[in-house]
Design a protein around this ligand. Structure first.
Ligand SMILES: Cc1cc2nc3c(=O)[nH]c(=O)nc-3n(C[C@H](O)[C@H](O)[C@H](O)COP(=O)(O)O)c2cc1C
Length: 353
């Protein structure tokens, strides 16, 4: 009965991971629960042999989760045994495929370092669209005609609990557990102002200075807010209009919390929060001037924006957590972005904690 568990416990770490991935489907998934129920049903020596091989945090989580579950019955255990036996059978083939993909990945990793390096000296040899006299593009994506526009309270309508920058920096941490309480529209307004708010429009609308810096002041990011519990906002997806300091309502998202969590690879707190900030990039805004250097600048910009969100949240007594691990296709689809001219680059759930 515990043969599969003994075999899995004896595997190398990487191979063990492959097998466990075949039965785990997120922390609260049915597959995960079924496996843990099965694990509880096998003799303690076999169970412990496997648990001892898991990373400490995973082992603790598995023990806690198992404590709440009943051991699997014979029929259920038999099903999982079969599933594991099939996965073990397929393992050598799968490992071969993964090794081939890993060799390819090594090349890609080396190539990606080009993104990390600076290429400003090479820009002199490239004619940018700016130099060709082509238009720069919109400062912000316009709202479609007839769309529902939401006025935001002035950002200074909320009084931050802390205005001491040293305190906010010292207290800042990634927070992943949020209370069910909503955030107010004033608080959301403050956070949008802190992360993308416009200070001054320049050159009759050709450029704008914002509360965050941006490489060449190109501001290639757009902010989407998936509102779940924001006073005065129906749940759904909104986009910030920084030039107007307003929101435009875009659409409702079916099973929003679940869709967000799925887009964030099962990180439940990304949907289980008051509002999720989702930043997309419109790369052309930076490419127009910086051509091959734009991608790096876009990503650096995103870091500045999210850092302001962290600090502004601390000031208001709210919590947030940067989200870089996500499913590109799912997040782009959730925001209805084409993934070519505009794509999600970063996200952050916000809520009381
Ligand atoms: C670029 C970036 C991506 C991140 N992605 C995730 C993520 O997907 N999920 C998550 O839980 N935390 C994520 N984090 C948060 C880090 O795990 C966190 O900053 C780190 O563990 C240090 O903890 P602290 O922020 O509390 O100091 C990310 C942070 C950064 C800066």
């Amino acid at each position: 009965m515990d043969d599969a568990i003994k075999r899995i416990a004896a595997l190398e770490k990487k191979e063990q991971g492959i097998i466990l991935d075949s039965v785990f489907d997120g922390p609260d998934g049915r597959g995960t629960k079924a496996f843990l129920g099965y694990l509880k049903s096998v003799p303690p020596e076999s169970r412990q042999a496997l648990i001892a091989k898991l990373p400490l945090q995973t082992a603790q989580w598995a023990e806690e989760a198992m404590a709440k579950l009943k051991p699997a019955g014979e029929a259920e255990a038999g099903k999982i045994e079969k599933k594991l036996a099939r996965a073990l059978e397929r393992l050598p083939q799968l490992v071969k495929r993964m090794e081939a993909a890993t060799r390819k990945a090594a090349k890609r990793i080396a190539k990606n370092r080009e993104l990390v390096r600076s290429h400003f000296t090479a820009l002199e040899r490239i004619i940018s669209d700016q130099q060709k006299g082509l238009p720069r593009g919109d400062l912000q994506k316009p709202a479609t005609a007839g769309a529902e526009i939401i006025d935001l309270p002035p950002p200074d309508s909320v009084k931050p609990a802390s205005t001491d920058i040293s305190e906010c920096v010292a207290k800042r941490q990634s927070r992943r557990k949020f209370s069910p309480e909503p955030v107010s529209l004033g608080e959301l307004s403050y956070l949008l102002w802190a992360t993308q708010g416009v200070r001054k429009v320049l050159g009759g609308g050709k450029a704008a200075l914002r509360n965050v810096p941006s490489g060449g002041n190109m501001h290639p990011l757009e902010t989407y807010v998936a509102a779940s519990r924001v006073d005065g906002l129906k749940p759904g997806l909104y986009r910030y209009l920084p030039l107007d300091h307003k929101l435009v309502f875009l659409f409702t998202v079916k099973s929003q919390a679940k869709a967000l969590s799925k887009a964030a690879l099962g990180q439940d707190f990304v949907g289980d929060c008051a509002a999720t900030f989702i930043w997309s990039a419109v790369p052309y805004r930076s490419e127009w001037r910086y051509t091959i250097e734009a991608a790096k600048l876009v990503l650096l910009d995103a870091g500045h924006v999210c850092q302001n969100l962290y600090l502004a949240c601390e000031a208001l007594g709210l919590g947030t957590c940067a989200i870089g691990a996500y499913d590109q296709k799912r997040f782009d689809a959730l925001c209805k972005l084409d993934g070519v001219d505009e794509m999600v680059v970063y996200a952050a759930p916000v809520g009381r904690f």
